[in-house]
Design a protein around this ligand. Structure first.
Ligand SMILES: Cc1ncc(COP(=O)(O)O)c(C=O)c1O
Length: 127
């Protein structure tokens, strides 16, 4: 995803401080380095620190993870990124069933994929 978005070796990618090894690992594998943003009291990303880190790092990419299904104010996140010319990438690994401002983060195909996996498992073990 990072390479497809245009991340190149030496780039900086902003991401959550509250994260999982797979996230900074993917940044490292893309040849970039991670810039971590503080966590708010509700476990979402701290938007004040996000603006500070965008300004101080000069990073052009921000990969947000909705850790444990905790979703930040994505309208505000998008506004901050758009104003700074930062490319917003979402890691939705923890987002099954999660939403923001009444809207589900799941894509229809993700739900369909989930249903297919459940049906296949059902037939494998119950037939
Ligand atoms: C936040 C997060 N992103 C991505 C992943 C997927 O990692 P990988 O592609 O290495 O399986 C995980 C796996 O647990 C995760 O917790």
């Amino acid at each position: 995803m990072l390479l497809a978005a245009g991340v190149e070796p030496g780039d900086k990618v902003i991401t959550n401080g509250f994260t999982f090894a797979a996230v900074p690992s993917s940044i490292t594998h893309a040849g970039a380095s991670a810039v971590y943003v503080e966590t708010a009291e509700n476990y979402t990303i701290c938007l004040v620190d996000l603006e500070k880190k965008i300004a101080s790092s000069g990073a052009r990419y921000f990969m947000i993870s909705h850790m444990r299904g905790k979703v930040a104010d994505m309208d505000e996140v998008k506004r901050i990124c758009d104003n700074a010319g930062v490319v917003l990438l979402e890691d939705c690994a923890h987002s099954l069933g999660a939403g923001s401002q009444g809207k589900s983060l799941e894509h229809f195909l993700v739900r369909l994929w989930f249903v297919v996996v459940v049906v296949v498992i059902f037939f494998l073990f119950c037939s």
